[in-house]
Design a protein around this ligand. Structure first.
Ligand SMILES: Cc1ncc(COP(=O)(O)O)c(C=O)c1O
Length: 452
């Protein structure tokens, strides 16, 4: 047995892999990765794979980035962790200040969590509790968008509309309103806003918040929409006194072309920002788990009291972990040093490299928003995502389509050579997979195909 096979066997026996039907993992065992460097991952047999989805959208600067590692190592020797209740530390304070500054001070208060879903839980709780503290406890309902995804803990799942994750737990979930989502392929932004208006005018008195993914609904299959929807939604939430939670966990940190995706809405004053922004994933560049919620002075003030129970008594052990905050500060240093400009250039390289794919007879809706590129495959066939994922490995590509949608969210390390490599590997894989004969429709695992 090779080391590669040995790790596979031991992993399937001992590790319960996330979002995976483990019976399937026996058939298609996980890919053991020995090390990473830049955009490349290496297995135990020396084969390499370009991490085209930045390892679940987190590794913004690839793997084992020397600058991020140095920041963490320096923090490790100073203060790896201290609890954030009753204590504080410079990396957390600096990070909060810097993120607030990136909203022009509109969202000046930062609450730390760990994974993305914990930030969503925090935002939902803060919204409800702030209304309650203001004497409006009847505002306890939430609104999310059709096919939206916000995580898999019980609260986050309640505002997630992805069947495969939701159905088993449906009896446990609070009831959220699910409203038509905007989709540029359908050009329905105005209709989606009209549907939101109808709901808010009817139930606004009982609704605490609307939660959305800005510009791109990731897990839905990289569904992109126009920023006019964001502006329209902000106006509706203001009109009907409903909080707006903008979940930037996937699309924040420069992914869409601006640091916060919300910036595409071109806010001109603090009241044109959301009431809450959630961030995670890329904020530490794939080094340490960290999430956070930014919110406004108005929300913060609703908790300000002599009465302890009016405070936000929520915590996680690793809240504001110093190593994670140090990594996040190192990520922000990159943006201070011009990362957005670099991303704009890299997005252009991707655009040119993939342009010819638009005329492929089985490719529809080739689309791009900054460093997210996606296309739909017509008649993809049974288990398309799994077959594509496996076939791509032979072309040194680690990629995981969502149903019949192939997408790239690569590390911000794209040069002309990398763009050409990706376009070629994707096309070769596509042609290979489409030439296999299968019957039936694509497997509808909505977020990813959860095999190795
Ligand atoms: C928009 C969005 N929100 C929340 C989450 C949940 O984050 P996590 O998996 O870190 O809990 C994700 C994860 O994919 C996401 O894409």
């Amino acid at each position: 047995m090779t080391p590669q096979q040995d790790w596979q066997r031991r992993s399937v026996a001992a590790v319960w892999h996330p979002c995976t039907q483990m019976a399937r993992a026996e058939v298609v065992p996980p890919l053991p990765i020995a090390r990473g460097a830049g955009p490349w991952l290496y297995d135990y047999e020396g084969r390499r794979y370009f991490d085209a989805n930045s390892s679940w959208w987190v590794n913004l600067f690839g793997h084992a980035d020397a600058g991020l590692n140095a920041a963490i190592k320096a923090q490790l020797d100073t203060l790896p962790h201290v609890m954030l209740a009753g204590c504080t530390h410079a990396p957390a304070v600096r990070l909060a200040e810097r993120l607030s500054a990136r909203t022009g001070g509109a969202l000046g208060h930062v609450f730390f969590g760990s994974d993305g879903a914990s930030a969503v839980e925090i935002a939902l709780k803060q919204s409800f509790h702030s209304w309650r503290n203001r004497g409006r406890a009847e505002k306890r309902e939430f609104v999310c968008l059709k096919n939206g995804y916000h995580g898999e803990t019980i609260g986050a799942l309640a505002v997630t509309d992805v069947k495969v994750f939701r159905d088993a737990y449906d009896p446990l979930l609070m009831r959220a309103h699910i409203v038509e989502s905007p989709d540029a392929r359908l050009g329905n932004e105005a209709a989606a806003l009209a549907a939101m208006r109808a709901l808010l005018s009817e139930r606004g008195e009982h609704i605490a918040a609307v939660i959305i993914e800005p510009l791109v609904q990731g897990a839905a299959g990289m569904v992109m929409y126009d920023a006019s929807y964001l502006r329209g939604l902000r106006a509706l939430c203001t009109e009907f006194e409903v909080h707006l939670i903008v979940d930037e966990i996937a699309m924040g940190c420069g992914r869409t072309g601006t640091f916060f995706a919300w910036e595409h809405a071109e806010p001109e004053s603090p009241d044109q920002w959301p009431d809450f922004i959630t961030l995670s994933k890329g904020i530490t560049g794939g080094t340490m788990p960290l999430s956070l919620v930014l919110t406004t002075e108005a929300v913060y003030q609703a908790f300000w009291s002599e009465d302890v129970s009016r405070g936000f008594l929520h915590s996680h052990s690793y809240t504001g972990n110093a190593l994670a905050c140090a990594a996040a500060n190192a990520v922000l240093d990159r943006f201070d040093a011009g990362q957005l400009q670099a991303n704009a250039e890299q997005a252009q390289l991707l655009k040119h490299a993939f342009a010819s794919l638009a005329s492929h007879p089985r490719v529809a809706h080739l689309r791009q928003q900054g460093m997210v590129l996606a296309f739909d495959v017509s008649e993809p066939g049974l288990r398309f995502a799994e077959r594509f994922h496996l076939a791509a490995r032979a072309h040194e590509l680690l990629i995981r389509p969502i149903g019949g949608t192939v997408y790239l969210m690569p590390p911000y390390l794209i040069d002309a050579e990398a763009a050409a490599f990706l376009a070629r590997a994707v096309r070769l894989t596509l042609d290979e997979v489409l030439s296999e004969s299968t019957e039936g429709s694509a497997q509808t695992l909505s977020k990813e195909v959860h095999v190795a």
